[in-house]
Design a protein around this ligand. Structure first.
Ligand code: 5GP
Length: 336
């Protein structure tokens, strides 16, 4: 099916329904938050009742987005609201679990319909309505297309949220998903009231000192083997830097930013101290979505994530072996 058909069907569906819960993935990033708030503004304009909920806290750098104060920390339940929402919309998720709320919370909420809007190659058709476009540079860009097709005015608030989504999920317009249409979209959003400088100030120049301290520790742990670079942060290092989980965002980009490095991984020790959360990046040769999927995670060809258990040494050994070009080539041969 063409994107235009998905958009037409989705708009009919949105127009028919009255109440919506919008959510996205755990440990939300700029696209998760920007696209959820962008959709909220669009639905507001259509006269719908909208609740936005995230399981994890909103990182400081996104807390000035218009409408952020409406984000709730829990899904509505039959006990908390008189009526179950008509629709639950999940953005950037490959299943209910990825929201961090768990499947049961969705069952308790009792929405009649579920909508899945995603741009991951590893996206899954788990909802009643699924629109997955791996070519889209961000889910924010899909919401933008939806808004334009609906004939709605792109308000300054909506534009600010969607611009933030696109800016962050294209790595500041640097990833391969950045094409001419991305700049046309950005141009329209800025014309509609998104303040590119103010958004960049919030996202890139408002980091807490803990984040920079943590970056120092992570870069001190850096190792390189052939074309693979890795680094990690332990719980102890997190405490020493007085850091929050969100302070780990972006560290992996320094590793993949090195000349000669084709794949990079950043490992964050989880509070259980028996598991690590991994952020994987590639310059294109290594498909890190496939690597992450082998460990139960997912993402894009050049940016993905997953969780590994075991000690730091075990986790590093397993993931670095998967990221070596020889290993990647032999897996690709087997798959053919
Ligand atoms: P990050 O390293 O920035 O957390 O994630 C990079 C990309 O991989 C993002 O698009 C993110 O949504 C995706 N991703 C990270 N972890 C997971 C995971 O556990 N499952 C899936 N399906 N995608 C993930």
């Amino acid at each position: 099916m063409q994107n235009a058909t998905y958009i037409d069907d989705l708009l009919s569906l949105l127009r028919e329904q009255e109440s919506f819960v919008v959510t996205s993935h755990a440990r939300p990033d700029g696209d998760a938050i920007g696209s959820a708030l962008g959709l909220m503004h669009l639905l507001d304009g259509m006269g719908k009742r909208v609740t936005v909920a995230f399981a994890d806290p909103i990182p400081v750098i996104y807390r000035s987005l218009p409408g952020v104060e409406r984000i709730q920390a829990a899904l509505p339940t039959a006990a908390s609201s008189m009526l179950a929402p008509d629709v639950a919309v999940l953005l950037e998720c490959d299943g209910f679990e990825r929201t961090g709320f768990g499947r049961i919370a969705f069952d308790h909420m009792g929405a009649g319909l579920t909508i899945n809007i995603d741009h991951h190659l590893s996206g899954k058709t788990f909802a009643s309505f699924n629109w997955i476009d791996p070519e889209a540079c961000a889910v924010g860009a899909m919401i933008y297309d939806l808004a334009v097709a609906s004939g709605a005015k792109i308000t300054a608030d909506m534009a600010t949220c969607l611009y933030t989504a696109v800016l962050t999920d294209t790595g500041s317009f640097t990833y391969p998903s950045t094409v001419a249409a991305t700049f046309a979209l950005a141009e329209h959003l800025v014309e509609s009231g998104a303040d590119a400088n103010k958004i960049a100030q919030a996202v890139y120049f408002s980091n807490p000192p803990s984040k920079i301290r943590l970056l120092g520790a992570a870069l001190g742990n850096m190792e390189i083997q052939g074309t693979v670079a890795w680094s990690w942060i332990t719980q102890e290092e997190m405490s020493r830097a007085d850091a929050a989980v969100e302070d780990c965002e972006g560290i992996v980009n320094y590793l993949i930013g090195m000349a000669g490095v084709e794949a990079a991984v950043f490992l964050r020790e989880l509070p259980s101290r028996t598991e690590f959360r991994l952020s994987l990046r590639s310059k294109g040769e290594v498909d890190v979505a496939k690597v992450a999927e082998r460990f139960g995670g997912g993402g894009h060809r050049s940016a993905s994530g997953c969780t590994l258990d075991g000690s730091l040494d075990e986790a590093v050994t397993r993931i670095v072996a998967e990221l070596q070009p020889d290993r990647v080539r032999s897996v690709q041969r087997l798959a053919q």
